[in-house]
Design a protein around this ligand. Structure first.
Ligand SMILES: CC(C)(COP(=O)(O)OP(=O)(O)OC[C@H]1O[C@@H](n2cnc3c(N)ncnc32)[C@H](O)[C@@H]1OP(=O)(O)O)[C@@H](O)C(=O)NCCC(=O)NCCS
Length: 148
């Protein structure tokens, strides 16, 4: 029988599980980064900052983070997804899709009609995932310069 998987808002006690999940190789541990994200996105309890986890049998097997950002780069308010991870053992069973769909619904409730993300061009897996979620190349491009 398939285990029940719930998608729910993160709570402060999920922090260690999120750090561990993000640590999957080749990622380095970033405990201070996630602590800061939890302070601003989990503890703050704002409806335009969203942090969801996927849980089964008391175990966290995925997370997604997003928010509404307004007027950055001259853009009217829109939703951004800035992190998504599913445990390697649980991938390709639609958990990423379920978390993204819930995020999209909550962003819509928060008042926006567009969702954006940024993807490393070399990360074919993430590109494939977001394409499958219906995201396409938008009208902004990233510019950067190495500072000597
Ligand atoms: C990207 C990621 C979140 C996808 O999660 P997932 O639960 O495995 O994805 P789903 O099962 O919901 O798949 C949804 C769609 O994504 C695409 N996809 C998922 N895994 C894929 C793979 N290995 N190869 C190609 N396409 C894939 C497919 O189009 C799939 O739709 P389909 O099942 O109809 O074919 C997961 O692979 C992951 O955690 N990757 C590592 C972390 C990462 O790179 N995060 C992004 C940077 S923040």
């Amino acid at each position: 029988m398939k285990n029940h998987i719930s998608i729910r808002n993160a709570v402060p006690s999920d922090l260690e599980a999120v750090i561990a999940l993000d640590r999957v190789l080749p990622n380095e541990a970033k405990p201070e980064y996630w602590q800061g994200i939890f302070t601003h996105y989990v503890a703050a309890g704002k409806k335009d900052r969203i942090f969801l986890v996927a849980e089964t049998n008391g175990k966290i097997i995925g997370f997604i983070a997003g928010e509404v950002r307004a007027w950055e780069f001259g853009s009217p308010p829109c939703g951004w997804v800035f992190a998504i991870t599913v445990s390697p053992n649980e991938r390709e069973t639609s958990i990423g899709k379920r978390m993204f769909d819930e995020m999209a619904a909550l962003l819509k409730q928060a008042g926006v009609s567009t969702v954006r993300t940024m993807v490393d061009l070399d990360n074919k897996l993430t590109l494939s995932f977001f394409r499958s979620m219906g995201l396409r190349t938008g009208k902004y491009i990233e510019l950067e310069k190495q500072l000597d």
